[in-house]
Design a protein around this ligand. Structure first.
Ligand SMILES: [Zn+2]
Length: 393
């Protein structure tokens, strides 16, 4: 599975020199009722042919050919391993080839030829995915999992053996019964305190950013009050769970749903916030020109891009300045510019390299009419005037 470091490496990659070319291949397996494997192969052949033509147009065919042949061979061999999607990033001239398995959630099979890798499908899939833990908890057990995309890995667990059941000889039920019950309650309390401590510790060590808990209602009320406020802040949601019996598939499904809903909520809140902030001329900007400027000034905290947003731009060959106006010479340093077919191909790697939170916005008319691209800012350089810290908080 692809790691953050992998994505960072891809985002840093730029084929320097005119003869290089970066290929990005995304393979989404067809569902059997949809398409046969043969039809799939034909599609990939077609994509490879088009890519070769494209590479030829920009005089790089010689360098791309071997990579394209390798992609074709790979696609032909994908038969039988079709549960997962695949992404390949290649640049033969730089001896670069990376292959990744992905969850089968890509929109389509695609192949891109460019100077940089085309990372949008990856960014859509991974952009907003936090480092996530799932904790299943009941009154005696706790199991901890890492969930990354659709990969669930069980980590350590906490298990408390229930106190030995005491027989009838234990004396008069009135007193001793209550005593035994108190011991059970004490034990449960200890267990929940251990769980809370464990989570706090894991958060402090950076093992997770967000948390989902699987727990029934009654124990949850007891556990919730014991969680450290910082841990509670990271909680995305909860589902009901039988700690001992729940299968991995079921955990993945339940947690996936909680995550999905949380991301939708967050996206919704962010869109509202960024539009409000932009209207009041505060910590938000809308439209490509303003967003590019804020990116250059290092102000951006969260970037929101309409799912269908695409815009031509130019990039300075000297200082890297990006401009939404197709000017021949850089307004910042005067050097020559080169055209970028879609500015997102340049913005997304920047966002990944700088750890800017990235969200794609779908079907939002208000966002669309505000330019379909927006950014929430950490501060505004023109308003802070040496007083940045107060704006950051
Ligand atoms: Zn420049």
């Amino acid at each position: 599975m692809i790691t953050r470091e992998d994505i960072r490496e891809l985002a840093q990659f730029q084929s320097n020199g005119d003869k290089n070319c970066a290929l990005s291949f995304y393979f989404e397996p067809a569902t059997p009722q949809n398409k046969s494997h043969r039809a799939e192969t034909i599609l990939v052949k077609e994509l490879v042919r088009n890519a070769a033509r494209e590479a030829e147009k920009i005089g790089r065919n010689g360098y791309a050919r071997a990579d394209l042949d390798r992609i074709l061979a790979l696609a032909e061999n994908l038969h039988g391993n079709q549960a997962r999607a695949k992404a390949v990033f290649a640049c033969g001239a730089r001896n670069f080839w990376r292959e990744f398995d992905l969850p089968a959630q890509l929109p389509v099979t695609q192949l891109f030829v460019n100077q940089r890798f085309h990372l949008k499908p990856l960014a859509v899939l991974l952009g907003a995915q936090p480092r996530l833990w799932v904790a299943l908890v009941d009154r005696q057990k706790a199991r901890f999992f890492e969930l990354r995309l659709d990969e669930l890995n069980e980590r350590e667990g906490l298990f408390r053996t229930p106190p030995a059941r005491q027989g009838r000889s234990d004396g008069f039920a009135g007193y001793d019964g209550g005593h035994a019950q108190r011991r059970v309650n004490d034990d449960v309390l200890h267990h929940f305190k251990d769980v809370a401590g464990h989570l706090q510790n894991a958060l402090e060590k950076g093992f997770f950013e967000k948390l989902i808990i699987g727990c029934h209602d009654t124990p949850w009320h007891e556990l919730e009050s014991l969680l450290h406020p910082y841990v509670r802040k990271r909680l995305l949601g909860r589902f009901s769970a039988d700690v001992g019996k729940m299968t991995n598939d079921h955990i993945r499904e339940q947690a996936g749903q909680v995550l999905h809903e949380a991301l939708d909520r967050r996206r919704h809140e962010l869109v509202k916030e960024v539009l409000d902030q932009a209207k009041s001329n505060s910590r938000g900007v809308t439209g490509l020109r303003r967003v590019l400027r804020s990116l250059e000034l290092g102000e951006v905290q969260t970037l929101l891009i309409g799912e269908n947003f695409s815009h031509a731009a130019v990039e300075c060959t000297g200082c890297g300045h990006l401009d939404g106006h197709l000017v021949r010479h850089c307004p910042a340093c005067g050097r020559e510019t080169r055209e970028v077919a879609d500015v997102c191909d340049t913005i997304i790697p920047v966002a990944i390299r700088r750890d800017i939170e990235l969200f794609y916005v779908k079907d939002d008319p208000e966002f669309d009419s505000a330019g379909n691209i927006a950014a929430l800012l950490r501060f505004r350089a023109d308003q802070s005037k040496g007083n940045v810290s107060s704006a950051v908080s």
